[in-house]
Design a protein around this ligand. Structure first.
Ligand code: TRP
Length: 336
């Protein structure tokens, strides 16, 4: 039986962190056996914010290496860089003819970006969702593993595909956002102020590239308080976040012990020792991250291997993309 096709893109805007790992990469790894997967680094999308050239280049290499280090198998999935698939750019051109200025201006992410960079509201920023639709449609994907913030883009991709089908004949499958049934894990920064981030609040974000001592230092500085006022209290979100992290990297006994201590604590009788909890979490986190960091660094240090893997991914990505583009050109009447 043909496996369903999955596409997802990762923006190369900085170092990957625990939020990326548990929110996205772990799902990619889980999907690679079940589906026909195309994962790529969205470097064209990054150009909408005019990043530093050298940084963008390094970031692309790093994202590829870290994804492999996290368990994506380049022999099972197609792992490529967006700009290595010129077919995407051509499909973007056709889809742009089906995307309306009004709907693009109404997109939430566009409005946010326009507010954030009022001096650089370029056409690429406006048509960001069209390029994203091209990424997806070029592989004729039906499932797209993305977070909540991307659902509007997915809806737009479906609309563009539907408009294309209506005008030119039914050839494009409609893509849907996909996640495994269990809830999406949200990882907050260690300062308790919002999500872990690729570029902001670096002291409270744990990166897959962090050295052991940096991991320990960040976790030991994580926000806590003087302990719960009554037994079985509800946990403040920064404490819940430490438990969430512990559940992801520590063994069940450790988690159970600190849960028990938390629930037994009250004012004047603080059983839970956050210092001990953080020490345990720090050591388990180091155990978790070290092999990933080392594998990523080994790949990054071997540029021949890295280029070979990128070429392998691009070849796989291009072969299906070329099929789609041929169908699209035929449908539009561009086959002379
Ligand atoms: N816009 C996505 C994000 O910000 C990245 C992305 C680009 C993407 N193209 C895609 C995601 C195609 C899924 C499918 O995270």
């Amino acid at each position: 039986m043909q496996k369903e096709v999955v596409v997802s893109g990762i923006r190369p805007t900085g170092f990957l962190h625990l939020g990326n790992y548990f929110g996205a990469m772990r799902n990619y790894v889980r999907m690679q056996d079940e589906f026909d997967c195309y994962f790529f680094v969205a470097n064209w999308h990054s150009l909408t914010t005019h990043p530093d050239t050298k940084e963008l280049q390094n970031s692309v290499y790093r994202v590829i290496a870290e994804n492999i280090a996290c368990g994506l198998d380049p022999d099972k999935v197609a792992l490529y860089v967006q700009s290595d698939i010129p077919e995407i750019a051509e499909l973007y051109l056709y889809l742009n003819m089906l995307a309306y200025k009004g709907e693009l201006e109404k997109t939430v992410t566009f409005k946010e970006k326009a507010r954030a960079q009022p001096d650089n509201i370029n056409a690429g920023l406006l048509t960001y969702p069209v390029l994203q639709a091209a990424d997806i449609i070029i592989q004729r994907a039906v499932k797209v593993p993305v977070g909540k913030d991307q659902e509007q883009h997915l809806e737009m991709a479906r609309n563009f595909a539907e408009r294309f089908n209506y005008r030119y004949g039914d050839i494009l499958p409609l893509p849907y956002a996909f996640n495994y049934g269990d809830e999406l894990i949200k990882i907050m920064g260690l300062d308790g102020m919002g999500k872990m981030s690729k570029s902001e609040n670096q002291q409270s974000t744990i990166y897959l590239a962090d050295e052991d001592d940096a991991i320990r230092k960040k976790i030991m500085k994580a926000k806590t308080d003087q302990g719960p006022a009554t037994p079985n209290s509800e946990k403040p979100d920064y404490i819940q976040n430490l438990f969430t992290l512990m559940k992801l990297v520590s063994n069940v006994e450790a988690v159970a012990k600190f849960e028990f201590d938390f629930n037994a604590s009250s004012t004047g009788n603080c059983v839970i020792r956050y210092g001990d909890m953080k020490k345990q979490l720090a050591e388990d986190m180091v155990q978790f991250i070290t092999p990933i960091r080392e594998k990523a660094n080994a790949i990054l240090g071997d540029k021949d291997l890295l280029h070979k893997l990128m070429k392998q991914g691009a070849d796989k990505g291009r072969s299906r993309a070329a099929e789609t583009l041929k169908m699209v050109r035929n449908a539009v009447g561009l086959n002379y």
